[in-house]
Every structure is written in C-alpha cells, then in structure tokens.
Ligand binder design. Structure first.
Ligand SMILES: Nc1nc2c(ncn2[C@@H]2O[C@H](COP(=O)(O)OP(=O)(O)OP(=O)(O)O)[C@@H](O)[C@H]2O)c(=O)[nH]1
Ligand SMILES: [Mg+2]
Length: 315
C-alpha cells in the first residue's frame, strides 16, 4: 500500500500489517516517510516512556514486566527496542527477543526493534517517527528500550515524554548513571534486581543523590522505586509512578524537558528537510565528484558553496 492517506487510515483503524510496513518506511526515512507522517492524526503527549540504563541493568526484563502490568490495567502497549547496530551491543537483541517472548500471542502488545540503517537524523529520528506511528495506531503506552551506551541513548531520551532510569544494585560507590549524565534527565528511577542483598544500599544512595540534585520546590519529585522483575515485586508501585508522571505531564505541558523535546524535534525536522533540499542541487552532485578527486579539499568552504547555490536556486 503506497497511498499515504489509505496507509494512515489503516494504521488508525488498527491494521498491524500496515503499521509494520510503515515502520519500515520510517526506518528508511525520505519523502515516503514524511508524506505519511504529515497526515497522521495529532495525538496527545505523554504516552512515550524511554527506558534507559547501563548494559545489563535489567531493562528488557523490566520492560516485559511493565508491559504485563499495563496490560493487566487494560492498556495496550507498544515496545521499541533500539539497536544502534554498534558492535558493542550487536548481540543483545536476540536475547531481548527471547525475554520478551512472555508477551508473544497477546494482540494488545506490539514489539518492534529499530536499527540505525544510516538514516538521516539517526536513530533518534527513526525512533521519534516510529512512536508517532504507534501513537496514531492508538497504543496507550509506548516504551522505548535504549542501550545505555552513550550518545544515541541521550538522543533517544529526547524522544520520550517520561524517562525511566534503570539502575542495578551494587555498582560500587559510583552510581553508573551519574557518569552518563542520565540521573539529571530521569523522571522516574527504578533500582532493579531488588531481590539481591545489595539493593537496599543502592536504593538509599540513589534517594540521597536525587534529593541533592533536585531542588525541594521541584514540582515533580523524582520517585526512586525498588523492583524485582524476577520476583515481580515493586512493579505495581513503579507502574503507578509512571502513570502519575503521565498525569503530571498533562497538567504541566510546558516543563523544561517538554520544551527541550519539542526543540529537538524541530532541529531534527530542519536537519532532515534542509539536507534533502540541498542534496537535490547540482552543486551537491559536483561536490561529490570533487571529494573523490581532491583529498585535501576544504570541507567547510565546500559546504558554504553548496548552501550558497541552494539559496540561489531556492529563490
Ligand atoms: N536477580 C535478578 N536478576 C535480574 C532481574 N532482572 C533482570 N535480571 C538479570 O539481569 C540480566 C540482564 O537483564 P536484561 O533485562 O537483559 O538487562 P538489559 O538492561 O536489558 O541488558 P542490555 O539490553 O543487554 O543492556 C539477565 O541475566 C537477567 O536475568 C531481577 O529482577 N533480579
Ligand atoms: Mg535489553
């Protein structure tokens, strides 16, 4: 199906096959993807939960447990597992799929992995577009599991309305997420694997850290929840905390984070559209020939020339 309006209608009506195909389209990016994204019905903010944390922190296991908790409350769930196709995390995806096997066969759950296929705007753009499709398809919650390994993680976090940071116990004196800069952006924190003896200390440590970081007049005090996905403890309280944050967002639509997220999506849109426009100019084509033949070319000047020509052709 290529007619964008028919595709959009089918997605809204809950056609999962068309949704899956559309996800492939946005993963690739380009004009087809934009034509579709432009006509999707608007959806309210607040449904997208980004799940982040160090490799092995327990994100996939917890995502599965949360999905079951949301389902038990009658909500539908879409899950995006982000695979930035880096050699670091290359092997983790199959494991994730096996763990999420618990969710197989439930038509109220839709799972998709996203890879960075060299798409313009990177994995963050692909993920943002995928969440827009899933929101249009009517899922009540959309969870994005990131890999907790650097830049792509923070970029994907920009897509989420709520950021859930998963911290495993016993990481030593240094809480891993401080280094990664994730503690500041977390809306809700879960100490995973709380069946382990060292979890209580980590929980205490994080609560102290969060209190130090967030001013007391902050309108959203970041909850720190102890959970064990294996023994299924703390999951209900964590689910409550996540839904409370959704309600908080509904009454506080202009938080600094929400503004940041909107700004970042504008940046991505400009990046993508400008790049596509510029790449249609003749100067762009000839620049690529130049690159092949002149190894010492001044890239900055070349870019300036291309933009100058594009500006002329745009008038
Ligand atoms: N004891 C205990 N182990 C857990 C719990 N949750 C997860 N684990 C274990 O922790 C390991 C990592 O769990 P994952 O859910 O794959 O962690 P992840 O953060 O998704 O890992 P990556 O995606 O590879 O970064 C697995 O061996 C799990 O069995 C828990 O509640 N208790
Ligand atoms: Mg995982």
């Amino acid at each position: 199906m290529s007619d964008p309006q028919r595709r959009a209608d089918a997605i809204v009506q809950g056609d999962r096959r068309v949704l899956a195909q559309a996800l492939t389209t946005v993963e690739r990016g380009g004009a087809d993807a934009r034509a579709l994204l432009r006509i999707l019905p608007a959806h309210p903010d607040g449904r997208v939960i980004g799940i982040t944390g160090a490799p092995g922190a327990g994100k996939s296991t917890l995502t599965t447990a949360l999905a079951q908790a949301f389902r038990a409350r009658g909500m539908t769930v879409a899950i995006i597992a982000v695979d930035p196709s880096s050699p670091l995390t290359g092997g983790s995806l199959l494991g994730d799929r096996i763990r999420m096997y618990d969710l197989a066969g439930d038509s109220g759950v839709f799972i998709r992995s996203m890879a960075n296929r060299g798409r313009l705007g990177g994995i963050a753009a692909a993920t943002a577009d995928a969440t827009a499709l899933m929101a249009a398809a009517g899922f009540s919650v959309i969870m994005i599991e990131t890999v907790g390994a650097g830049q792509s993680d923070v970029a994907v976090a920009d897509v989420a309305d709520t950021i859930l940071l998963v911290e495993a116990p016993g990481m030593g004196d240094e809480v891993q997420s401080i280094k990664a800069g994730l503690l500041e952006v977390a809306d809700v924190i879960a100490v995973s694997k709380s069946d382990r003896a060292d979890a209580a200390a980590t929980l205490q440590q994080l609560r102290t850290l969060v209190q130090m970081q967030h001013p007391s007049d902050d309108s959203w005090p970041v909850p720190v929840c102890g959970v064990s996905a294996l023994q299924h403890t703390g999951i209900e309280a964590l689910t409550d905390a996540l839904l409370a944050h959704q309600r908080f967002l509904a009454t506080h639509p202009h938080t600094a984070r929400a503004l940041h997220r909107r700004r970042m999506s504008l940046h991505r849109a400009i990046e993508v559209q400008l790049y596509e426009a510029v790449s249609r100019t003749a100067a762009w084509q000839s620049a690529h020939t130049l690159l092949k033949h002149d190894a010492r070319i001044n890239i900055d000047m070349l870019a300036q020339q291309i933009l100058a020509e594009w500006r002329l052709s745009a008038h």
